[in-house]
Design a protein around this ligand. Structure first.
Ligand code: ADP
Length: 298
């Protein structure tokens, strides 16, 4: 079982042939509304790969929140610990995309920003009976820190996907079994510019020095560099024709959590995550591109 503590957003996407400049209005775009948010994307990815998933989150008392929760229910994710916030609206991301795939995004976190330590505590029985706790940084840092400390105290495998990029406290790092930065995030966390395996290794050493058990630096089409006490290895990505890398990291993290919950070795779990993420980049969309277990070649 995997408990995901994190964000749920509704992505509102307008596609047009170019991005408007300040003051400009553009006509003729296509509109799409998609479920998103890193927490939600990772919860869906983990569930589709076969894990029992409990999603601890907060939505507003509005149509977006209700639709999100309904969507999670359809995926058979446990929604009992998604709080409905009376004061804050559901999280929304307004996204504009041009013909070349270039985008502009503004996120109104809304209820995600009110996700509290108390919300996490309500799910303590679920955390106790889970093997993996998975978090991201679209929730308040104090809540993430509280959840990590709780997970560590209960002896769970605690994974932090440090996205979107921001620096975090040493206390938080010390409670993590896994951290999964991409190159940008690894640089923000360590000050080391990560461009290849060698620099990923140096960044991983810094994070390991702060008490993180295993560091997994995702390197896009090259795969992921893994460093733990016993491992220092690049687990190569699958070679695929990528069409949309949105949420590749989310699928990777959801899958990594499932692999570890299933008792795979670290290297095998990262290989499993690479496989799932490779499939997701061959399809358009965020949550919708997350593969099901039967699509993976095991
Ligand atoms: P993020 O999407 O968070 O920036 P990355 O770009 O590092 O993270 O991608 C996360 C993971 O997704 C990679 O470790 C890899 O497994 C997979 N991935 C991303 N891009 C590709 C690609 N072009 N081909 C195959 N796998 C990919």
């Amino acid at each position: 079982k995997v408990v995901v503590v994190g964000s749920s957003n509704t992505d509102m996407v307008v596609k047009s042939n170019h991005l408007p400049v300040p003051g400009e209005t553009i006509l003729g775009g296509e509109f799409l509304m998609n479920p998103g948010g890193k927490g939600a994307n990772q919860a869906v990815a983990a569930r589709r790969l076969g894990a029992e998933v409990v999603f601890v989150a907060r939505v507003g008392d509005d149509i977006f929140g209700r639709e999100s929760v309904q969507g999670f229910g359809k995926e058979k994710i446990n929604t009992d610990f998604i709080a409905v916030d009376a004061e804050n609206p559901s999280g929304v991301a307004v996204i504009m995309v041009d013909e070349k795939g270039e985008n502009c995004i503004a996120v109104a976190s809304g209820a995600n920003h009110a996700l509290s330590a108390g919300d996490v505590d309500k799910a303590v029985v679920q955390i106790e009976s889970a093997s993996v706790l998975l978090m991201q940084l679209e929730s308040p840092l104090a809540t993430v820190e509280h959840a990590a400390a709780l997970g560590a105290k209960k002896g769970k495998c605690v994974i932090l996907n440090p996205a979107p990029a921001q620096s975090v406290s040493d206390e938080l790092l010390a409670n993590l079994d896994f951290i999964t930065p991409n190159e940008t995030e690894a640089e923000i966390l360590t000050g080391i510019k990560v461009t290849d395996q060698e620099s990923a290794q140096r960044a991983a050493e810094v994070l390991r020095g702060k008490g993180v058990g295993t560091v997994v630096v995702t390197l896009g089409s090259r795969g992921a560099y893994v460093q733990s006490e016993a491992l220092s290895v690049l687990v190569p990505a699958r070679n695929v024709d990528a069409v949309d890398t949105t949420a590749a990291g989310d699928t990777f993290n959801g899958a990594l959590a499932v692999g570890l919950a299933d008792g795979l070795s670290i290297e095998a779990a990262v290989g499993f995550a690479n496989q799932a993420a490779a499939i997701s980049v061959t399809r358009m969309g965020a949550q919708s591109s997350a593969p099901f277990l039967n699509e993976l070649e095991l």
